[in-house]
Design a protein around this ligand. Structure first.
Ligand code: ADP
Ligand code: MG
Ligand code: MG
Length: 893
């Protein structure tokens, strides 16, 4: 016979049957499993029993029929509860009252609300009024039961009940329900019964209907929608917990409350919570009466408080995590009604993980694993302070909550279309783009906006994908948000916001506030974060380098924990205003000698930049990429030059003639360099093959800078990287130029510098022929942005504007491959290249750089593929450090 029902003291039996704790949670639900577990630990829990999720599933599968034997088992369990409590269910002289509580494996909105005080009817209430000596309590409980039963079990609207309560409050001049007189309560009971004709007076009937209502709520629309949205399987089922009532509303010496064992916002290690005297159930969270902070209990009810503190510690020790508890004190006796791992902010998650490890409750590995890379992200985006959010909520300025699809806080004036957003942003305003949903036509507006809000769409909607892509905070899918595009306004219920008014959004939590909330940047030097990342560093195998072009970036990268520079793009130095004219003249030169003249001007400038990098990164690798982009990028556009020409021709002086000729020459060169497809054109190593004086100049600048740094007492480790190679002969040629230049300089300076020459692998051919490339290349670096473009044969800039988002939205591609490294395709090529390279040159250093370097899933793949390092933007370094640690810990099993 299947066991459908477990009393709270049968948890060991359940565990023996299903194996491990996860399965117990699956069988009894999270709430039921922990209630039973607390009972086993000796924590005071009102006796009760749990009807299993298996029973719920059997009920659902049978089309709403309770499985055979279940009611018998319920009745046996009930008898055992009666024995423990010395009370009898339905006996007016000594009634046992029960609560009926739903509880699935994962806490889930949409499930049936709790029904309290089951077992009351006219007769029982009347007797209880006498036996408890507190008629107010008896009738307060009774009216609560009818109301909850009516709305929760029978599905009646709640308003008529609330209206009756309000009528009585007004009539008798009291502010809260707790103050209603017993006579009022008796009248209210009659009024409630009149609007709840199906309320059964038989306690057994009450219990049965409540239990079945919980079963049914599993298949209710709200629950199904929620599971669909959050990927919770539909076959888990919910358990039902039936538990002896304890009363926080039995007059003096009674209270009910909620508490967290640590502060869920900051992580501070002390109990936080609220309670109410003479209250029951959801009164505390409903916010009708002002609650009392739990610290006050130390004075109000010291014994119960001490016990709560002790139990809180005990539960933390047992569950090895911060706990969120529900409790009730009946006549000064403390009862625990629920415990579970508490929800927390990112900041609190970090502090709590570190402190739990420091306290020896969890290992450092576990602490590292308990924080997600997304939570580290929190420290890298502006946020609203906890106080300002609290204040805004207290002032009623929380407009709505939606899906938290892209982290960070943003403030802006509401604009209802992309063009308006762009126009306002151009005028220097901060804008919030609000749309029912977004489409590719809206992207320019999304880019101009501080943040994005939509009323429709889910986690993979266009808005969500694009927002994450561009790092814009976003809240989407706010169902209750009514957008009136014609009327240029939006509304949530009565609250109307016109276009141009300010709203503030918190993309980490999904909140939308009315007005402008002040933002703060969370402290990346947060003591606990530093400690946690330090531990992450102990576990990871992958090194984390940063992309940095200037010494200031290098210093920031170091501060964030980078172990070197994985990519210095030398061309960025060329784009600087005072250098660009020289760079242009160099490109426009007709002869090698002329070009050399301008290169000689550029060399000392580059040398200074490099020296700064080497000194900042003393002892750490600095990987410098030779000039990469097509040369036309350094020249003005053809149209621009034509305009200039037109202006010049308006005035025909002799002097102007020379100028005209000059511009014409530039135009000719620009046309000459024009390419239909510059990304696949005359760039990278190809420039160096045709103009060897460029790599020669850059190599000289690098080695001279290294010599300078060395003379200044630093330890430079330059690695010179050749971009876009497709053939070993290219590397052979350019490497020869570099080595010759380096040897000459070291010889002349009498200084030896440890340097390497390697190549980027960013085309399929390079990856497939990595073995031969490694004959010349001393290291590899995968440029995964370009390698993704060349592998997919799609241009990122164009694809993201046109089809790529649709591809992801419709599941043709699982993710945007420019965001998360494509495991099969690009990952496959990387694997081939790593094998090829290391076979030719055992132990060669291989890494990657690209936006993927800051993406946790891609970092994990790089770990798996055996790379030595990932390199990302300095701001992403902390995220990559943690992601690399997670990969290593998962790998170790
Ligand atoms: P939820 O899952 O919504 O938190 P619960 O089942 O925890 O619902 O019940 C909500 C509240 O009802 C609890 O926090 C507690 O205050 C009250 N409650 C539930 N069972 C009992 C009980 N046996 N005695 C007293 N109060 C109870
Ligand atoms: Mg609830
Ligand atoms: Mg609860």
């Amino acid at each position: 016979m299947t066991k459908w029902v477990y009393t709270f003291d049968e948890v060991s039996e359940a565990e023996a049957l299903v194996g491990d704790w996860e399965n117990v949670r699956g069988l009894l639900g999270g709430k039921g499993a922990n209630l039973a577990d607390m009972t086993r630990l000796g924590v005071p829990v009102p006796p009760g029993f749990t009807i299993t999720t298996v029973a719920c599933n059997a009920y659902t599968d049978a089309g709403g029929v309770v499985p055979d034997g279940m009611w018998d088992q319920v009745s046996t369990a009930l008898t055992s509860v009666e024995e423990k409590t010395g009370k009898t269910f339905g006996d007016p002289k000594n009634p046992l009252l029960l609560s009926c509580r739903s509880g699935a494996k994962f806490s889930m909105p949409g499930m049936m609300d709790t029904v309290l005080d089951i077992g009351l009817n006219h007769e029982v209430a009347a007797e209880l009024a006498v036996s408890s000596g507190d008629p107010h309590f008896a009738y307060d409980s009774y009216r609560r039961l009818i109301q909850m039963f009516g709305s929760v079990v029978l599905g009646n609207p709640d308003e008529p009940y609330e209206e009756i309560l309000e009528e009585f409050r007004e009539k008798t001049g009291v502010a809260t329900d707790a103050e209603l007189s017993t006579d009022s309560l008796k009248e209210i009971v009659e009024r409630f019964l009149a609007i709840t004709p199906r309320f059964p007076s038989d306690p057994v009937e009450q219990l049965k209907l409540a239990v079945e209502a919980v079963f049914k709520s599993w298949s209710g629309k709200r629950a199904v929608d929620y599971r669909n949205a959050s990927n919770i399987p539909h076959d888990l089922g919910t358990a039902v917990n039936v538990q002896t009532m304890v009363f926080g509303n039995l007059g003096e010496g009674c209270l009910t409350g909620v508490a967290m064992s640590r502060n869920g916002a900051t992580g501070e290690n002390h109990i936080e919570g609220d309670y109410l005297f003479n209250a029951q159930g959801e009164d505390v969270v409903a916010g009708i009466r002002a609650t009392i902070p739990v610290a006050q209990m130390a004075t109000d009810m010291p014994h119960a408080y001490e016990e709560l503190q002790a139990i809180s510690d005990q539960l933390e020790n047992h569950y090895r995590d911060m706990q969120d508890m529900e409790f009730t004190v009946e006549n000064k006796k403390l009862w625990l009604l629920q415990t579970r791992d508490g929800k927390r902010t990112a900041q609190a998650a970090v502090r709590i993980a570190v402190e739990l490890a420091d306290e020896g409750l969890i290992s450092k590995e576990e602490a590292v694993m308990r924080v997600t890379p997304d939570q580290i992200d929190f420290f890298l985006h502006p946020q609203f302070s906890i106080e300002s959010r609290k204040e805004a909520k207290a002032a009623g300025n929380l407009l709505a909550e939606g899906l938290n699809v892209s982290p960070g806080a943003a403030v802006g004036k509401v604009a209802f279309d992309a063009d308006t957003a762009v126009a306002w942003a151009d005028a220097g305003e901060k804008v919030m783009l609000v749309r029912p949903e977004t489409k590719p036509d809206d992207v320019h507006g999304m880019l101009a906006a501080e943040g994005i809000v939509t009323s429709r769409g889910g986690r993979t909607s266009h808005a969500a994908l694009v927002a994450r892509q561009f790092g814009k905070p976003a809240v989407v899918g706010i169902a209750e948000l009514d957008i009136d595009l014609e009327g240029r306004s939006m509304a949530v219920g009565e609250r109307v916001i016109a276009e141009g008014e300010y709203v503030s959004i918190e993309g980490t939590s999904g909140e939308v506030f009315v007005g402008q909330l002040p933002t703060v940047i969370p402290d990346i030097n947060d003591k606990w974060l530093s400690k946690l990342l330090g531990w992450a560093d102990e576990f990871r195998r992958l090194r984390v380098l940063a992309n940095a072009d200037y010494p200031v970036d290098a210093l920031r990268a170091l501060e964030y924990g980078a172990q070197g520079i994985g990519l210095c793009r030398t061309e960025h130095m060329f784009f600087e205003a005072e250098r660009l004219p020289t760079v242009q003249k160099m490109i426009l030169s007709d002869t090698t000698e002329e070009r050399q003249k301008y290169l000689d001007i550029l060399r000392p400038m580059q040398r200074e930049d490099f020296r700064g990098l080497f000194e900042a990164m003393s002892g750490l690798p600095v990987i410098i990429r030779m000039i990469d982009p097509p040369l036309h990028e350094f020249l003005p556009a053809h149209e621009e030059l034509e305009d200039e020409l037109k202006d010049l021709r308006k005035d025909r002086s002799v002097w102007q003639d020379a100028a005209v000729k000059e511009v014409e020459k530039v135009i000719a060169r620009v046309d000459d360099l024009h390419e239909e497809n510059p990304m696949l054109g005359f760039r990278g190593v190809r420039l160096g093959i045709l103009m060897p004086e460029i790599p020669r100049m850059q190599a000289r600048a690098i080695i001279e800078a290294a010599c300078d740094a060395k003379e200044n007492g630093f330890d430079p480790k330059p690695e010179i990287m050749i971009p876009v190679s497709i053939h070993v002969k290219e590397i052979e040629r350019v490497k020869a130029i570099i080595v010759k230049a380096a040897e000459e300089i070291m010889e002349r300076r009498g200084i030896t510098v440890d340097y390497q020459v390697g190549t980027m692998v960013e085309t399929p051919r390079a990856a497939l022929t990595a073995g031969p490339l490694a004959r010349e290349a001393e290291f590899f670096s995968f440029g995964t942005n370009d390698l993704t473009q060349t592998t997919f044969a799609i241009s990122r800039d164009d694809a993201e504007k046109s089809f790529l988002v649709k591809y992801v939205e419709e599941g043709i591609l699982p993710v945007n491959p420019f965001q998360t490294l494509d495991r099969l395709g690009v990952g496959g090529l990387i694997k081939i290249a790593v094998d090829g390279g290391r076979t030719q040159r055992p132990g060669m250093e291989i890494g990657m750089w690209g936006e993927h370097g800051g993406d946790p899933e891609s970092v994990a793949l790089c770990h798996e593929l055996g790379l030595d390092y990932v390199s990302c933007s300095p701001f992403r370094v902390p995220v990559a450090r943690l992601a690399a640690a997670h990969a290593a810990i998962n790998d170790a099993g």
